[in-house]
Design a protein around this ligand. Structure first.
Ligand code: KG4
Ligand code: ZN
Length: 356
């Protein structure tokens, strides 16, 4: 309790400080990442240790293995982020951490580390929502970006259109009713034998395929123009591959990858632009692992341009999970005096509405 009251006072003083340096930790899934971020926009270091090679063998992330690997490397990654930045622990102004949504065991590793550091260093602790982190990745890569803007968040676990009304103020415009876009990429990649993670592999194979070869479904939900559904598309592709195999036909992986990718991208682009137009917003950002996809970026950019909308994208390294985006989100929370106490816990199904 004494810690929290003291940190509240310290946070008030920080608001007048010229430079605020935050150490941020992200461990919600299969990346252990630690970053040092100055004033919410400048990345001083961003170390990412990926477990992808370990999970590849199993065709997807194994939660128990993920937690154990985070435990093994977290101390080392903290040290590496500090030494790459040439920063000392006592120079930190605050410690931030993703506390949800994500895999509970994986999140707990980051949360425990952050609490220990914040308490030991006597600096404020800031719990950050993973999706708020993804949205904030755009602040880093685009120094001129200010709210309000619309953001399409497309990752392995989420697909949603969020209106960023102000810093730390969000309105959910629509979301997937079943699979996330990245999840669909991962599942289709597995079915056509491309392994995990599916998104980058599908993108690679699609380059040599015909996106118009198969007309896979683009789903619109009656009365919910900004909600998404990818399970029908996923089933259509799986059945198609299955039927071809049964009929003894040659399965052209490139054409399937290209046609599937095109169907996902068409839906994401059309709904995002329609939503921005309805809101009268001329700034659109994309975030999350799937935002690394070149077709999505190119097609979104071209349609946005036709509608007088400016597109903002994070760099590839900031698209997938990383701690720099958590440090950026934390900075704007800190400026509002929104810090966490030491009872901060991992919340695997943390909702976006808890953000406002
Ligand atoms: O944001 P992220 O790193 O983790 C989550 O919060 O889920 O997103 C991972 C997802 C995976 O489903 C992966 O297949 C997808 O992002 N992804 C891509 C690409 N790169 C990663 N999907 C399509 N095209 C890509 N280039
Ligand atoms: Zn993510």
């Amino acid at each position: 309790m004494a810690y929290f009251q003291n940190m509240k006072k310290k946070t008030e003083l920080l608001k007048d400080k010229k430079d605020i340096l935050i150490l941020a930790i992200e461990s919600s899934c299969d990346e252990t990442s630690v970053a040092l971020v100055r004033n919410g926009r400048e990345v001083v270091s961003n170390v990412i240790s990926s477990q992808i090679d370990i999970h590849k063998e199993y065709g997807g992330v194994v939660p128990e293995i993920a937690s154990r690997k985070h435990v093994e490397v977290i101390n080392y990654i903290v040290d590496k982020a500090l030494s790459e930045a040439n920063i000392n622990l006592n120079e930190l102004d605050a410690v931030a951490v993703t506390y949800g949504p994500g895999l509970v065991g994986a999140l707990l590793v980051g949360v425990a580390m952050a609490k220990g550091l914040a308490f030991g260093l006597k600096v404020p602790l800031i719990g950050v929502h993973h999706i708020e982190g993804h949205i904030s990745s755009n602040y880093i890569h685009n120094p001129d970006l200010e709210p309000p803007f619309l953001c399409l968040v497309v990752s392995g676990g989420h697909t949603m259109l969020v209106c960023v009304e102000d810093y730390c103020k969000y309105r959910l415009m629509g979301q997937t009713l079943d699979d996330a876009a990245g999840e669909a990429f991962d599942k289709i990649a597995r079915v056509i034998g491309l392994g995990y993670p599916g998104g980058p592999a599908i993108e690679r194979y699609a380059k040599d395929g015909d996106p118009t070869k198969y007309d896979y479904p683009r789903v619109n939900i009656k009365g919910k123009p900004y909600d998404f559904s990818f399970s029908g598309l996923k089933t259509a592709v799986i059945n198609h591959v299955h039927n071809m195999k049964q009929a003894g036909e040659k399965v052209n992986i490139n054409d399937i990858a290209a046609s599937f990718q095109q169907a996902v991208v068409d839906v994401l682009v059309e709904k995002s632009i329609n939503c921005a137009n309805e809101l009268g917003i001329d700034k659109l950002a994309i975030a999350g692992g799937v935002s690394a996809n070149s077709l999505l970026k190119d097609q979104m950019n071209s349609l946005a341009g036709q509608h007088g909308i400016k597109l903002y994208t994070p760099s590839i390294i900031l698209s997938t999970d990383n701690a720099a985006m958590i440090g950026s989100a934390a900075y704007y929370r800190l400026l509002r005096g929104e810090i966490s106490d030491l009872s901060l816990n991992a919340i695997p199904y943390l909702s976006l509405s808890s953000l406002n």
